[in-house]
Design a protein around this ligand. Structure first.
Ligand code: GLN
Length: 306
């Protein structure tokens, strides 16, 4: 087992280089398509607070669906068990923005990480505060210990103007009574939460509580109970990578959450949180080089949870 993390991250960065040019940046949100595809960064933070990084690990990118982990955490804190009457806990086997299961399943999405489920989670947060987007941003700033994190309003607007599927999902669920707030209001919160820009180093830090039984090791503050933390990690493990979740478990073996901005955050329970960023995606919408980098990481360290 190696602990020369700096050396290991550099080796991984070299090994994934040939993958550049083999994926596709997300272009269904036009503002995201402007990112330089030729980027690779990775950062890890141990629960003891040691940080190691390679590449542009301080460059911010659009966190997109990674934000769903933060809103789920908030919703679990605010709503508790009642949340699970509105959203399931099983993998969907479908694309993150799929509509197909919703009609069969009466407007109750399969899990909180596909878009339909994340919209319900955002809706539940929105029911408890007048400024849900501000609450979500404040929570993430607190977790990352970074006061200048912000929405990228250009990305949010671009998604709002092109987010026809999310709009369809939201109205469809509203027809089943599973969206309580005004749909446009809820969507504007969701598009802003997805647009938040963060770096690998900031995301590794912000996910620290999930590696540390729910406790933010920096402040000693409990974000979730040990049992709730285990559940968030299990949901990432079973649903965090959409239809490629089995493949990710097979190759990487860690709870992980991806976003179409090219970020993936993975958790090694009771050890560390890891963030990798490379904007080119595979067909499931997960970072191509990012998945490979995490596979190399767990292969070299033996840190898979299995
Ligand atoms: N904002 C994006 C969407 O809702 C997030 C999707 C993702 O990152 N997988 O389509």
């Amino acid at each position: 087992m190696t602990t020369d993390y700096k050396g290991l991250l550099e080796t991984i960065a070299d090994e994934v280089r040939p993958l550049m040019g083999q994926g596709q940046v997300a272009n269904y949100i036009p503002a995201l398509a402007r990112v330089d595809p030729d980027n690779f960064a990775m950062a890890l933070r141990t629960i003891g607070g040691d940080e190691f990084a390679v590449g542009p690990a301080d460059t911010r990118f659009s966190i997109q669906s990674i934000s769903k982990v933060f809103t789920l955490t908030l919703a679990m804190r605010m709503v508790g068990e009642a949340l699970w009457q509105r959203v399931g806990r099983n993998p969907s086997g479908s694309a993150f923005n799929s509509l197909v299961q919703l009609e069969y399943e009466y407007g109750v999405p399969r899990n909180p990480f596909i878009n339909a489920g994340a919209l319900v989670v955002t809706d539940s947060v929105a029911s408890h505060t007048a400024d849900p987007a501000g609450l979500i941003l404040g929570f993430i700033r607190h977790l990352a210990d970074q006061d200048d994190l912000d929405f990228d309003l250009e990305v949010a607007k671009s998604e709002q103007e092109n987010g026809h599927r999310n709009i369809a999902l939201a109205y469809f669920m509203k027809s089943y009574g599973n969206i309580y707030n005004d749909v446009e209001h809820m969507l504007s919160v969701y598009f802003r939460q997805c647009s938040i820009a963060m770096s690998c180093r900031e995301l590794a830090r912000a996910f620290g509580y999930l590696a540390n039984n729910g406790v933010d090791a920096r402040t000693g503050e409990s974000m979730l109970s040990t049992a709730e933390t285990r559940r968030v990690n299990s949901l990432m493990q079973s649903c965090g990578m959409y239809e490629a979740v089995g493949e990710f478990a097979y190759r990487v073996g860690l709870p992980g959450k991806s976003g179409v901005g090219g970020g993936i955050v993975a958790v090694v329970p009771r050890r560390m949180s890891i963030c990798v960023w490379s904007p080119e995606l595979d067909p499931a919408g997960n970072s191509l080089a990012g998945v490979r980098a995490l596979e190399l990481f767990t292969s070299c360290t033996g840190m898979s949870i299995f």
